[in-house]
Design a protein around this ligand. Sequence first.
Ligand SMILES: Nc1ncnc2c1ncn2[C@@H]1O[C@H](COP(=O)(O)OP(=O)(O)OP(=O)(O)O)[C@@H](O)[C@H]1O
Length: 302
Amino acid sequence: MAIIEVAGLVKHYGDHTVLNGVSFTVDQGEIFGILGPNGAGKTTTVECIEGLRVPDAGSVRVCDIDPRRDDDELRQLLGAQLQTSALPDKLTVREALELYSSFYRDPADWRELIEVLRLTDKADAQFRRLSGGQQQRLSIALALLGAPRVAVLDELTTGLDPQARRDTWDLIERIRDRGVTILMVTHFMAEAERLCDRLAVIDSGRVVALDTPAGLVARVDGEQRIRFRPSAPLDPAALTVAPEVTTAMSAGEQLVVTGVGNLLLAVTTVLSQHHVVAEDLRVEQTSLDDAFVALTGRSIES
Ligand SMILES: Nc1ncnc2c1ncn2[C@@H]1O[C@H](COP(=O)(O)OP(=O)(O)OP(=O)(O)O)[C@@H](O)[C@H]1O
């Protein structure tokens, strides 16, 4: 059953079209990711769903509610992650949770929430004394305080160290297991691959793909990548003469070659013609990163 329905969203800022017909649905109980390069329109999409922005055309329904018409009802159903910087430095964890609980008709038990989020021993700590990971967990607790059916998490693990990031992923899965549908915006391929049941890839205000992470990777399957260090300088263009080679690029001391068919044989044949040996050669699997590049023409990091 669809819990979020987004149909034909259009948003302009002046003569800049930021959303150009964005449509997707999020099913109850799934973790749905929105992935895209900077400026693609991810936050604008999410803010239309949260009722914080008004689209110029198209419609949004969350649990069958129009966010623009029934804001009060939406607040009881949808929990949005707060920008952590929005909290006053001297507010304690307990004070923040008590304050935010007062906004809801039937709030979740915040003591139980911070137990799950491993913040119990920080209940009396001021916000400014929390680590980045603890601040992030507090912002997730605040998003879940209203016992929402849907939680919207935007750039959830940006700025966290790898361990805190992995802990947050475990936490998100536990929240989903409690029945909360999760809509998340992310820049991290590993995060999308690990957490999301389905992904919408947004580029220049359009959904360019909508699939499971494995489904997206399968679209570019057949393409392989070989990475090696040439024993002598070699112009990458020398490799593109082989019909199997799609791209060949220098990456520091290495050459990275993508292509199809018997790529390894094609590359080693060209190298031997140039009396070059491939050192530290690796054949790499297609990843979500590659799928993203194939779909949008650029890396998400760029
Ligand atoms: N209030 C605004 N006024 C004018 N332009 C805006 C406004 N908000 C966003 N934009 C522009 O709309 C485009 C999409 O912004 P949005 O924040 O939705 O992208 P995003 O995909 O979330 O990017 P990022 O990953 O960088 O956060 C950007 O070019 C941005 O500069």
